[in-house]
Design a protein around this ligand. Structure first.
Ligand SMILES: C[S@@+](CC[C@H](N)C(=O)[O-])C[C@H]1O[C@@H](n2cnc3c(N)ncnc32)[C@H](O)[C@@H]1O
Length: 273
């Protein structure tokens, strides 16, 4: 069976190279000098490489960033599509062998909504001095069950220092609204989707401090970063502002404006399920 498009478009390379990679780098580098266990949970893994944009995907960036630290690390990647999962597993194995990163333990699992898998994995990770990040990179709206899993991890005892990074795309949400209007056969699933506003996602995940990047012109893509660390270093330098600041509040309003007209030329890929 052919691998389905991941719903990623022309600005994916921008997302990965100019946003995601430095964002993950500052998050994990900020933790680098703190001894302890590292953990990364990537809920939307993809195949590890985007053929269209010719760039590596989030799980490979995560593995490389964890390999760069001397601390024991656990990486959990979820990918529901079997073909992508197979490619991703091979790519992670190849990268780990290239990097010689035996201190990073990683797994690829099919479905992040399976709390049994999530809890068994999290139970096996020492809680003491645990730091890390959970990544949500849906292509638009997220399901209630996805949010439930993110809230579950954020609320685990000992996981307060595991931050949350969300890639939020209003353009993809607009595509999803076509689904809501019943213009595709996926319409019934819309009722299972969580409230599509970034504010609702942030409120439910419940970190104390939320930061935001300026939404890109193309696609209104933005990153939201939630942490309980009030002086998280380096974020402003990499384009983040607190959502409670005047600039941050403006960016959030822009990012959440799903009524805005879709810019010409924005890729109209398939939405993610
Ligand atoms: C936008 S892509 C992720 C891209 C990836 N983060 C990267 O940087 O290349 C979203 C992915 O999430 C996967 N997905 C959707 N629902 C899922 C679920 N419940 N469990 C695991 N993966 C899921 C899709 O199959 C798709 O490959």
């Amino acid at each position: 069976m052919a691998t389905q498009p991941q719903g990623q478009g022309k600005d994916t390379s921008t997302k990965i190279y100019f946003r995601f990679q430095p964002t993950l780098d500052i998050i994990l580098s900020a933790m680098k000098k703190h001894p302890g266990q590292r953990v990364v949970a990537d809920f939307h893994g993809g195949s590890g490489f985007n053929d269209e944009a010719q760039c590596i995907g989030s799980p490979l960036i995560e593995l490389a960033a964890l390999a760069d630290q001397p601390w024991p690390a656990n990486l959990m990647v979820f990918e529901i599509d079997p073909d992508r999962r197979k490619l991703l597993t091979a790519r992670l194995a190849g990268l780990q062998s290239d990097l010689g990163a035996s201190h990073v333990t990683w797994r690829v699992e099919p479905d992040h909504t399976d709390i049994t898998v999530l809890s068994a994995w999290a139970d096996g990770i020492p809680r003491r001095l645990l730091r890390g990040v959970t990544l949500l990179d849906p292509n638009g709206a997220i399901h209630q069950s996805t949010l439930r899993s993110a809230v579950y991890l954020a609320g685990r005892p000992g996981w307060a220092k595991v931050d949350s990074l969300i890639h939020y795309s209003a353009t993809s949400l607009k595509r999803n609204r076509g689904v809501a209007r019943g213009t595709t056969d996926k319409a019934p699933l819309f009722t299972e989707w969580a409230d599509s506003s970034a504010s609702a996602w942030m409120a439910q995940i419940g970190k104390e401090y939320w930061w935001i990047t300026k939404p890109s012109d193309q696609g209104q893509r933005t990153f939201l970063f939630g942490t309980n660390w009030n002086k998280f270093p380096g974020l402003v330098r990499y384009g983040f502002q607190p959502v409670r600041s005047p600039i941050g509040a403006d960016w959030l309003a822009e990012a959440e404006d799903v009524r805005a007209v879709l810019p010409p030329g924005v890729h109209q890929g398939r939405f993610e399920l």
